[in-house]
Design a protein around this ligand. Structure first.
Ligand SMILES: [Zn+2]
Length: 202
């Protein structure tokens, strides 16, 4: 009931609905497309269904999907820092660059993909989110592991970036190993994923 009421409010605020109320004829098709378009913008929501990653990694992914990670281009825009330079290279640190157009972070994600025996060359954030949504459509073990791996990789890469940015070199080694360990550890508790993981570990 709550969901229906919420929909009602959002439909009443919809521009197409308002136009339709003043028009001669009500078009269900137009209305459907207008609502559908809106929900398309949060299509990444599916990444959170059945995601067995650590809660903090899930929160981090949610921030990334909402484009709310405090990357340097954003901090610079608000006048909080002087430079937008990536901590790994000379490019501007945007989310698109950091995940995973930067050679350093792309290398990490590539190694994780290789370990999962997935043949894919990563690009920037926008393309990567689309790709991962495509790949994780099913409910099978492969899709679940990919979702888990993507979530944990984004999280560990963000932590790695923070360690380098704030000069704390103690955590920044072995990022790939850390991600793989977490995938195995989190995945192992799920019986359906165990067989898939066992194959990857052989
Ligand atoms: Zn870079």
């Amino acid at each position: 009931m709550k969901a229906i009421m919420q929909q009602r409010v959002s439909i009443h605020q919809n521009q197409v609905w308002k136009e339709m109320m003043n028009a001669q004829k009500f078009s269900m098709k137009k209305m459907y497309l207008a609502i559908h378009e809106r929900s398309q913008s949060v299509a990444w929501r599916t990444l959170f269904y059945g995601n067995v990653a650590r809660p903090r990694a899930i929160v981090n992914l949610w921030l990334a999907c909402n484009e709310r990670l405090a990357t340097r281009d954003r901090l610079h825009k608000y006048g909080l820092i002087d430079t937008t330079r990536c901590c790994f290279c000379n490019a501007d640190e945007t989310q698109q660059h950091l995940l995973f157009n930067c050679n350093e972070t792309r290398g990490i994600w590539r190694k994780i993909l290789e370990w999962m025996q997935v043949d894919h060359y990563p690009f920037g954030w926008c393309q990567e989110v689309k790709w991962i949504m495509q790949q994780t459509k099913g409910k099978g073990g492969r899709a679940k592991i990919l979702k888990l791996a993507f979530t944990e990789s984004v999280y560990e890469i963000w932590r790695y970036r923070n360690d380098v940015t704030f000069d704390n070199a103690t955590h920044n080694k072995h990022t790939v190993e850390k991600i793989i360990d977490t995938i195995v550890y989190r995945g192992w508790t799920n019986r359906n994923l165990r067989t898939h993981l066992a194959k990857l570990l052989m």
